[in-house]
Design a protein around this ligand. Structure first.
Ligand SMILES: [Zn+2]
Length: 171
């Protein structure tokens, strides 16, 4: 489990950062954190066996001023939506920013009204509302309270990522 990374949550379940497995286990053993998610893998040492956590939560709230208020920018919208079209789920290539309520209909440019969209979906949606276009959103857009550099998420199996995603992308 070399390179195994664990997502560390604040006491309030806000994601804070990643740490390595060794550090996570030490925090668990010292009672500084509790296991929130694990992947079924077990670590054995001469004295103990412990379920390898994928997500842990601190027992004490830590204040992180940088978590407050992510600046609105096109770049940060791409990060929030993980470069993924919020209509069809396609990823990566030549994404655009779409206004959920079109500007021509009075929609404003805000965290709650813009999403990443692929060119196809953007074109399909055009100047229509969500309802008129028949498209649905993968999740409701909102101001992020925290912004990981999603491109730099640690490498992990799909099941581990699924564990993380519950906390990284919760509503
Ligand atoms: Zn799309």
């Amino acid at each position: 489990m070399e390179g195994w990374q664990v997502l560390v949550l604040n006491q309030t379940y806000e994601p804070l950062h990643f740490c390595n497995l060794r550090r996570a286990v030490i925090m668990l053993l010292k009672g500084k954190a509790q296991e929130v998610e694990y992947d079924g893998r077990v670590i054995y040492s001469p004295s103990i066996s412990i379920q390898a956590p994928t997500v842990i939560r601190l027992n004490r709230y830590i204040k992180k001023p940088y978590l407050v208020g992510v600046r609105f920018s096109k770049k940060n919208v791409f990060k929030r939506d993980n470069y993924t079209c919020q209509y069809c789920g396609s990823y990566g290539v030549e994404m655009t920013i779409d206004h959920v309520v079109p500007r021509s209909r009075g929609g404003i440019t805000s965290w709650e009204n813009v999403v990443v969209a692929c060119q196809r979906c953007n074109l399909k949606k055009g100047d229509r509302t969500l309802y008129e276009s028949g498209l649905t959103l993968l999740r409701k857009p909102k101001k992020p309270y925290f912004l990981l550099h999603f491109k730099n998420l640690p490498q992990a199996d799909g099941s581990v990522r699924a564990n993380w995603n519950k906390y990284l992308f919760r509503d």
